[in-house]
Design a binder for this molecule. Structure first.
Ligand code: UD1
Length: 463
């Protein structure tokens, strides 16, 4: 189905949003990344390694929170104002998907206004959904508010198969009829029901996306919903905070049991997205891998507990100072880590942390337990001289005194960040390609790092 947006009759505000947001996400004229021009141009970061870093870095709003909070705008007829929204190509894509459904999206700096008064579509178009897995977040709110939703299956991605079985199982437990045909998930209210009905959901695994989808659906259901074995991630707590600000009745977010007493309607809200814990971790690692000192904030330390502990285990000195962390590093020791659901070590920082361990003294073991294909950066790090052996989902890393600059490919969002970090520490020049991934999740990473002493240029030549 073609959306108003796709047929070019979108409201002015939507068009303005798209153009302006793209401009912010795509920071300089050479860049071109994330706009689709990557396929025609050879876009890459050229990093001259070995520069010490010093100064202060600002952490942007959390991408993964912002994406789901934007989808929550579908739950209310009133305007939702979100602050601290990072300028990223993923955010642009989500704005386009919501616009296609009828939400009026306007942006002013890092503030987004999402006016969901008239939802005109319940089926986001495949062409848009295909660019963003998080678009599946629309299914819960559309079903709860409109009584039906048709959302293409998001499919797998570079890091693994990414099933949505738990989302579907949970929607059925709330009384929805769900069918999957021709790659599209259709969810509708059963029989003559006007609303979803509260239910008891036990998730087989604590999926972040399933927990968030079901919280949004249950917020407008008739009666009480209990989600057991819910994800504990800070982004889940952030969503509960927003929904509560919109008038939802939710308790237990951040624990394994979330209870939602459904309400008939939700109202607008003015809400600030939490700082991005994964970006914060990446910036702290930039200091560690260059053996430098940086002040990074805002950081909510409880969101990064496992990461901060590992940084200290590796020999970094951390000082908490008014919502920021000052990190300084002389030497880095090897250590073992295993990715786990929150509050364990986040899979999204596994690749960036491995770049650091590639330069540590001693032998480290890294085990990826969340996604089945999330060690593709190993081959790229090896090209830079890292000594890593891979067996199944375990990497054994023999630290080397120096990495050496090389042309490398970022194979997914966090792998691209890992390549940038490795390039900062490497001898000579590293060229990082695959920036269409990097730009999905890091707001102006090269500008931030350049401001504290890194030598990074974005190059863009005809392919
Ligand atoms: C979210 C984050 C992503 C992060 C991940 C894990 C967003 C937009 N993305 O992804 O950055 O890496 O959490 O912290 O917030 N699973 C099933 N069945 C399901 C659903 C999931 O088996 O129905 C499995 C997945 O295959 C995976 C694990 O559960 O092994 C975690 O997935 P999930 O928590 O759902 O990740 P996302 O919400 O997709």
């Amino acid at each position: 189905m073609r959306s108003r947006f796709m047929t070019g009759t979108a409201p002015m505000s939507t068009t303005a949003f798209t153009a302006e947001f793209r401009q912010a996400a795509v920071a300089d004229e050479n860049n071109g990344a994330g706009t689709g021009s990557d396929v025609r141009r050879d876009v890459r970061l050229e990093i001259t390694g070995g520069q010490p870093l010093a100064g202060e870095l600002r952490v942007s709003g959390a991408k993964n929170s912002a994406l789901v909070l934007m989808a929550a705008s579908l739950l209310s007829r009133d305007t939702l104002r979100l602050r601290n929204v990072p300028p990223l190509t993923d955010i642009t894509a989500m704005g386009e998907i919501l616009a296609a459904l009828g939400v009026r999206v306007t942006r002013n700096g890092e503030t987004l206004d999402l006016d969901g008064e008239s939802i005109t579509q319940v089926a986001p178009p495949y062409e848009l959904v295909n660019t963003l897995r998080a678009s599946f977040f629309c299914i819960g709110p559309l079903l709860a508010r409109m009584g039906t939703a048709q959302v293409p299956l998001p499919g797998g991605c570079q890091i693994g198969s990414r099933p949505v079985v738990e989302h579907v199982k949970g929607l059925k437990a709330l009384g929805a009829t769900v069918t999957i045909e021709h790659g599209v998930v259709t969810a509708s209210l059963s029989g003559r029901a006007r609303r979803l009905t509260g239910g008891h959901i036990h998730l087989d695994c604590p999926s972040v996306g399933a927990t968030e989808t079901l919280m949004m659906a249950a917020a407008l259901a008739d009666g009480e919903t209990v989600i057991d074995n819910a994800a504990l991630e800070p982004e889940v707590v952030d969503l509960a905070g927003l929904l509560t600000a919109m008038g939802a009745r939710i308790s237990g977010a951040g624990t394994p049991t979330i209870v939602i007493a459904g309400v008939e309607r939700l109202h607008g809200a003015d809400y600030a997205v939490i700082p991005d814990r994964i970006e914060a971790g990446t910036l702290l690692l930039a200091a560690a891998i260059t053996r430098s000192s940086l002040r990074v904030g805002p950081i909510i330390p409880e969101h990064l507990g496992a990461v901060l502990t590992k940084l200290e285990d590796a020999g970094c000195r951390l000082r908490h100072d008014g919502g920021a962390i000052e990190i300084s590093t002389d030497q880095v020791r090897a250590l073992d880590l295993r990715t786990m659901p929150f509050p364990g070590f986040p899979t999204d920082l596994q690749a960036p942390f491995m770049s650091l361990l590639a330069t540590a003294s001693g032998t480290s073991l890294v085990v990826e337990t969340i996604f089945e294909n999330r060690l593709q950066h190993v081959a790229e790090l090896q090209r830079m001289g890292a000594a890593i052996r891979l067996q199944g989902n375990t990497a054994c890393i023999e630290g080397v005194p120096r990495l050496s600059g090389a042309p490398v490919q970022g194979t997914d969002l966090r792998a691209s960040a890992a390549m940038v970090l490795a390039g900062l520490a490497a001898e000579g020049i590293t060229q990082v390609r695959g920036l269409e991934f990097l730009d999905r999740g890091y707001a102006g990473l090269e500008h931030k790092l350049t401001a504290v002493g890194a030598r990074i240029r974005r190059l863009s030549d005809p392919a």
